[in-house]
Structures are given as structure tokens and as C-alpha cells.
Write a protein that binds this ligand. Structure first.
Ligand SMILES: [Cu+2]
Length: 238
């Protein structure tokens, strides 16, 4: 049997074992924050999980191949040359690898575009909030309700449009529980759409190094029941 025909089942078995072990470890680690607090968070999580599955497979095949080569082709004890790879599948492997790479790249691009469009959705929203970032705090205002609460308040189940700008340098509004992040740029308004699904209070963090107190540039978003929303905003106005 030629070298590569013997190698394929061994590398295949090693890859499968490694992929199963890695999948188990990753399932135990929980890479994403525990709470999935918005419709958008579920979309990001499913895309992340899909890409991670592909990454695990590729990683397992590469590492298993490397391990196989190290094990079976290492130099002899006396420092002599190791075993040589005598035969090669040649062009077939190159063609298969290129075809697979193309399918994978185009498939991921199509999947990513679909998920991105699902994430952005339409430009309609039921709630409008303006966010102004400045060194080193966040200001929130609701023009339709004439309210300026100290933190962000959103009604559960309603699509909100968050218009973000900056007074000075680059900042970035990041809400890990929503899996959303949007840059705040001076002289420009960026929009973010979100439909919160779980009531609670979640962290807002600045995700762009913006100066001395960057790490303290934090706030919170509170997701409340829709019937409480306006009353909460009135109570928070100052
Ligand atoms: Cu900042």
C-alpha cells in the first residue's frame, strides 16, 4: 500500500478523535456571555457556533496531519534521516483542496451575508434613542419622549433604533448581552437596531481605547416591560 493511502485512515481517525475532544471542551467552556438578551444575540451566537464547528474540523485535520508526520517520519536515533514519503496522491489532493477551499469560502460568505441582513433587518423601529459618547461617559436621550435618563432604558420585545455619535474621539458602544457593538464617531451618526427579549440590567462598555479613563467608560442598559417603559423614563429624567 502506498504511503498516502496508509496515512489517510490514520489521519482521519486522529482528526475525528481530536475534533470530538475539542467540541467537548468548547461546550464546557461557554465562550459567549451567559445571557442571550436580544433577538440579535441569538443570530450572532448561531453564526459563531457554526463558524466554530468548521474551525474545529480544520484545526483537527491540520494538527492530526502534523502529529502523523512527526510520529512516522521522524529522524532515526543515530541522527540519520527519517523515513521518506515515497508516493504522493499528487494533483488529486491539490484539486480537491482548492475545490473545498472555494466551496467553504463562498459558502461562508453567503451564510455571513444572510446572517448580516437578518441582523440589520429593516430600518423601521418603535423606539428612538440618541447616544452621545464623550471622554468618558455616555449620554442617552429620547427626543420623542423628551427624556434624558442616566442609563439606557429599552422596552422588551420592541425594536429600538440607537443613533450613536461622539463629541470628541472614537468610542464604541458595546452591549455584550445583545452581542452588538457600534463605533461612535465625531461628526457622524451610526445606527444600531436591537430588539431586546429578556428583562434585566446589562452592561454597556466602551470598546475603543479612548484615553485615560477608557476602562471606566461604562453604563447600563435596562430592559423593562413595555407597559413600564414610559413611566420608567419619566422617573429617570433629570
Ligand atoms: Cu470610549
Amino acid at each position: 500500500m502506498s504511503d498516502w493511502k496508509r496515512a489517510v485512515p490514520i489521519i482521519g481517525a486522529m482528526s475525528a478523535a481530536l475534533a470530538v475532544a475539542l467540541t467537548r471542551v468548547l461546550a464546557a467552556v461557554h465562550l459567549m456571555p451567559g445571557v442571550v438578551a436580544a433577538r440579535e444575540a441569538a443570530i450572532v451566537d448561531s453564526a459563531f457556533a457554526a463558524v466554530l464547528r468548521i474551525d474545529v474540523l480544520i484545526f483537527a485535520v491540520v494538527i492530526a496531519t502534523l502529529a502523523y508526520i512527526l510520529l512516522f517520519f521522524r529522524a532515526g536515533a543515530e541522527g540519520g534521516e527519517g523515513k521518506r514519503f515515497e508516493s504522493s496522491p499528487g494533483r488529486m489532493v491539490e484539486i480537491a483542496w482548492m475545490a473545498l477551499s472555494c466551496v467553504l469560502t463562498l459558502g461562508l460568505a453567503a451564510y455571513g451575508s444572510e446572517e448580516f441582513l437578518a441582523l440589520r433587518g429593516s430600518r423601521e423601529a418603535e423606539v428612538d434613542v440618541q447616544v452621545r459618547a464623550a471622554q468618558w461617559s455616555w449620554d442617552f436621550s429620547y427626543p420623542a419622549l423628551n427624556a434624558t435618563p442616566a442609563s439606557l432604558i429599552l422596552p422588551k420585545g420592541k425594536r429600538a433604533r440607537i443613533s450613536i455619535t461622539s463629541e470628541d474621539v472614537l468610542h464604541s458602544l458595546w452591549i455584550p448581552a445583545f452581542r452588538l457593538k457600534q463605533d461612535a464617531l465625531p461628526g457622524r451618526v451610526n445606527t444600531l437596531y436591537v430588539t431586546p427579549l429578556v428583562t434585566g440590567t446589562y452592561e454597556i462598555v466602551c470598546a475603543e481605547l479612548c484615553g485615560l479613563d477608557h476602562t471606566n467608560m461604562r453604563s447600563t442598559v435596562e430592559v423593562v416591560e413595555p407597559e413600564e417603559f414610559e413611566a420608567r423614563l419619566k422617573g429617570e429624567t433629570w
